[in-house]
Design a protein around this ligand. Structure first.
Ligand code: ADP
Ligand code: MG
Length: 699
């Protein structure tokens, strides 16, 4: 007997070969097939008058007339059949391929069904050619009289995603086959979600039947929502389960808040922490003082001041005699952190190392750094992925801070975690995403949001304008003592031609518009040392203008730079634009961002419009999500995140919150999912998310 985890090759009509094709769609088991939901539907419930078919895919009904058959080119044959209704006449058009030597009539089945004087339902795309109407036939059913209802035809028909070796017919039949399996009753998980009190009771089997074969499109959407509730519930339960303390290992380190470093650090800062920063620091300290390893994500818009919050955590570790690591995605950013932190801690008894490919290159310097990290002389180690190398050994690392964590791969994060025994982990990101999405994407982590910018910040004003106007306005600001960035959209830094034109542009600009100013150039192909020097010069005001590629995208902090021109802004995505713009608006002076270039198409116009309207990273992320769809965003957020089958992370935000709450409650009452009534749920977690959400002991 087939069960949910049987392989699809045992389904009637599917053998090893088709099973291999199904596998390309990610369908391995009966369960996978059941949850291979239609990508769309053909609505054949309503027929339209033949007069109206032009330009749409629709259903018509009419009397069958004469046939016209001809050869188009070598081997391609066309059959046109007249179809009449009260409004007009169209040719139902069929194409068939035939070997020139073959004698078989490729249209014989069609001719048998279509008899002159009888009637037919036709579904297909309407076209008009030289005044005549055609329907490129997708499906049909012939009937005897004008009053005959079609037996199979007048339905909402599912359209499945396909791959080579599969047709709609094969998939439809296979789905129909499994929908009638007796073992399906096993799938009835309506009882597993008792917490959804204010939702109608969900009958999974019914919902599954209806999503594949709905009566109308409303029914399809309702079925989808029901299944989405289950899908999110199963995922959220899996996430809760993996977060549950039962599976956590108590950590070795204990921290006490001595304030021997924290107080002098706070007193030295030229500002007060914001309310949001205080809250974040409190949550982090509470985690660090807890029994289990911290696994927290600190999310805050660009410029919200995540660095000092993270540094506070590092100092707590150091106060207690431990080491802290701060990993940044680029050399430039690591260097910057190193310098800011060194400045902030100037005079305090803390030794800080910078471990990047640059500082580890020279043998003598490398040995000094590696030795110092290993014997504990360096208490705070700032670096890049170079830190994850095997040769970097810590004496007693207990805190790992990963800045701009979305830039790191999963493996790099694992490697970092391996540097300590039971390290506390703090991830930071400036790519805020909507709450519902965050709870799911980062479901395994606790989350702190810094939802407030330091006081006195004036948000940058953004304009979409031409280059001339942008340059002139920039010159005015430069004369007022400000500095400016000019950014070129070099998506691929190794693209020599594009790099050359950016360099040439820089040259041209420095000799024309900006000839009275000092202009620096920064791009990804430069040597690390050169990059560092250039950044340093810009920071020290030795350059007024920095012409750059997107290497300045993350984290760079030069408060006196208050102008940014983004060239060909239409080529950047919303999040990238917002990140770039986050480099300005960091001081007390009004900042300006000029977007130049030609908006091509609706989407790029909308992106630029949103940028000129909003400064709020969360709002921008939400718009970005709506425009690009969750897949792409998630791709940049985390690898290996499960794709949803029924669920839609944008449309179903309300459901996700529900599911999260329900899952929390369930895991509180049954932390290991051992209760008999939760076994089906456990099974579903395994079927669906076992590889994605690393679960321990669930089986
Ligand atoms: P991000 O969250 O983007 O990493 P940073 O940590 O780089 O932001 O902080 C941006 C700037 O704001 C830095 O110059 C930092 O010194 C400053 N800053 C941080 N917190 C405050 C605060 N509470 N008041 C004023 N300025 C602050
Ligand atoms: Mg930062």
């Amino acid at each position: 007997m087939l069960t949910l985890d049987s392989e699809v090759q045992y389904i009637k009509g599917i053998g090893a070969k088709r099973a291999a094709a199904f596998l390309r769609l990610g369908v391995k088991t009966v369960y996978d097939l059941l949850t291979l939901f239609p990508a769309q539907y053909q609505d054949r419930t309503q027929c339209v008058p033949i007069r109206q078919i032009y330009g749409q895919t629709s259903c018509v009904f009419g009397r069958i007339g004469k046939f016209y058959e001809r050869k188009l080119s070598r081997g391609l044959y066309i059959l046109d059949i007249e179809i009449f209704d009260e409004s007009s006449m169209a040719y139902a058009r069929f194409f068939r391929q035939k070997s020139p030597y073959s004698k078989i009539d490729v249209f014989s089945t069609i001719k048998k069904s279509f008899q002159e004087g009888k009637f037919a339902y036709i579904y297909g795309e309407g076209k008009v050619e030289i005044g005549a109407r055609f329907i490129a036939v997708n499906d049909y059913e012939a009937v005897d009289s004008p009053n005959s209802a079609a037996s199979l035809f007048n339905k909402i028909i599912p359209v499945y995603p396909l791959t080579e070796g599969l047709s709609q017919k094969i998939v439809r039949n296979a789905v129909k086959e499994v929908l009638t399996l007796p073992s399906l009753n096993y799938f009835d998980i309506s009882e597993i979600i008792p917490q959804f009190e204010n939702l109608p009771k969900i009958d999974s089997l019914q919902a599954l039947k209806k999503i594949h074969y709905p009566k109308d499109l409303d029914e399809a959407e309702n079925a989808r929502r029901s299944l989405a509730i289950q899908e999110f519930f199963v995922l959220e339960t899996a996430l809760e389960l993996s977060r549950n303390e039962t599976y956590k290992i108590p950590k070795r380190q204990k921290y006490e808040i001595f304030k021997t470093l924290l107080t002098p650090f706070k007193n030295k800062l030229p500002f007060e922490f914001t309310r949001a920063q205080k809250k974040a620091i409190n949550e982090i300290f509470k985690d660090m003082q807890g029994i289990y390893q911290m696994n927290r994500l600190l999310m805050g818009d660009v410029g919200s001041g995540k660095t000092v919050a993270a540094l506070s955590a590092a100092l707590l570790a150091v106060e207690n005699g431990f080491q802290a690591m701060i990993a940044a995605p680029t050399d430039i950013l690591a260097q910057q952190h190193y310098f800011t932190i060194s400045n902030m801690l100037d005079g305090l008894p803390v030794n800080i190392a910078l471990a990047t490919s640059q500082t580890l290159k020279n043998k003598k310097e490398r040995e000094e750094i590696l030795f110092g990290i290993e014997n504990g002389r360096y208490q705070i180690v700032v670096g890049t992925h170079s830190l994850m190398q095997e040769r970097v050994k810590f004496k007693n690392l207990t805190l790992i801070i990963v800045d701009e964590q979305q830039r790191f791969g999963v493996m790099q994060k694992y490697a970092a975690a391996g540097k300590g025994e039971t390290p506390d982990i703090l991830m930071m990101t400036a790519t805020p995403i909507p709450r519902a999405l965050a709870m799911t994407v980062y479901g395994e982590m606790d989350m702190t949001v810094i939802d407030e910018l330091p006081k006195g910040r004036i948000p940058a004003q953004t304009f979409y304008t031409n280059e001339n106007a942008a340059y002139n306005k920039t010159i005015k600001e430069l004369k007022d003592g400000s500095q400016a960035y000019i950014v070129y959209p070099l998506i691929d830094e190794s693209d020599k031609l594009a790099l050359k034109s950016a360099t040439a542009e820089a040259e041209k600009l420095s000799q024309s518009y900006f000839k009275d100013f000092k202009v620096g150039l920064l791009h990804g192909k430069m040597k690390a040392e050169e990059k560092r020097e250039t950044m340093e010069k810009f920071k020290n005001k030795q350059y007024d203008v920095l012409i750059s590629t997107t290497v300045i995208e993350v984290g760079i902090d030069v408060p006196n730079a208050t102008v940014m021109i983004i060239q060909n802004a239409e080529r950047f995505g919303l999040s990238a634009l917002h990140q770039l713009r986050g480099r300005i608006g960091r001081g007390k002076k009004r900042s300006y961002c000029f977007l130049t270039g030609g908006a091509k198409g609706e989407n790029s116009r909308r992106r630029l419009e949103i940028m000129t309207r909003s400064n709020n990273g969360f709002e921008i992320a939400e718009e970005d999500l709506k425009m690009r769809g969750p897949g792409e965003l998630m791709g940049t957020v985390q690898h290996g995140f499960p794709e949803f089958k029924a669920g839609d992370i944008i449309k179903d935000a309300d459901i996700i919150e529900f599911a999260k709450d329900a899952a929390k409650k369930l895991i509180e009452t049954d932390p290991k999912l051992e209760a008999p009534q939760n076994q089906i749920l456990k099974k579903l977690i395994n079927l669906r998310f076992a590889q994605k959400v690393k679960l321990i002991n669930v089986g």
